[in-house]
Design a protein around this ligand. Sequence first.
Ligand SMILES: Cc1ncc(COP(=O)(O)O)c(C=O)c1O
Length: 369
Amino acid sequence: MDLLARARQMEAEGRSVLHLEVGEPDFPTPRPIIDAGIEALRKLKTHYTPALGLPELREKIARHYLEKYDVTVEPRRIIITPGASGALQLALSVLLDTDDKVLLTDPGYPCNRNMIRLLGAHSTPVDVGPDTQFQMNASHIEQFWDEATVAAMIASPSNPTGTMIADADLQALITAVDKAGGSLIIDEIYQGLVYSQNDQTALKYSDQVFVINSFSKYFGMTGWRLGWMIAPEEYVEAIDHVAQNLFLAAPTVAQHAALVAFEPETIDVLQHRVSMFKERRDYMLPVLKKMGFAIPVEPQGAFYIYADSSAITDDTFEWTSQLLEQEAVAVTPGIDFGEYQASTHVRFAYTRPVDELERACCRIARFIK
Ligand SMILES: Cc1ncc(COP(=O)(O)O)c(C=O)c1O
């Protein structure tokens, strides 16, 4: 956040900053979704929806799982939330009591540990590296699970690494968490933004996992604040109660707009964007490697590259700040995502067009020299 604030200040002073730190797609929301939102406003859809969401949208999401992943999900288990952020808060709220523990990958999405702390619970960082595709696996569960632990959280594809958990590892992880008597929360927010492996959902293997998802990333709707969760049947009532108290409901206009998110006309636009993200990733990977960054696991999804910078610097916090000052390129230091080898990693977000990425890489190469 400090880097972003400094980048904004530099822009206000007239410098052209290249942004490789931003974790949201540069593309606007697809036109059909915007039109459906405008239409919803014209039709005065301005009241609350039920706390668990518009029934039509819950059904559309169920159909999406059936058509795309061949998985049957009862619409009753689908909860519409204010972004994946709302879904994560609901899942953690119904699962955690004071002093419970949750296993989290380090590096991982930084807000998770803060949400856990807010609930008076504790996170146990699980250091992950290239040997496990930067993902938690069944042996980590055996190693780190203790009596106070009630849940484990992963994201696939992951932020900040863009790596995915392999199907067999996911099945083994689900079994291990189940055997430990806890719950697995899997954040599938980058689902659909997958480039060199089959897209997947954990729902294929279990109806006891909490699956988190969102319209923010693949659907390009960050500002609409809309996401969803699939919860095990026995938690739905408790989630309904918590949602009624925390949010009342997800934004109504956003829910009506999202009704067209799965239509072929929208998916065509989105799939074209996926191919553009792939092009950007394929541009960045060899260029970064040539500069001296190590990227031992090819990121298969999301729009991030988590690069090992140990050949260049062992203090990425200072390095990223100098890169911004001298070359006006903003990237995110590893420290944002945890502590494990954080000072020798940086995250590059390829959420800008290739020509901008090219300019950014020229500046980074010059800075390294
Ligand atoms: C892994 C992960 N989960 C959740 C979120 C929150 O997203 P949303 O906009 O849906 O609240 C993000 C946002 O960057 C993320 O990277």
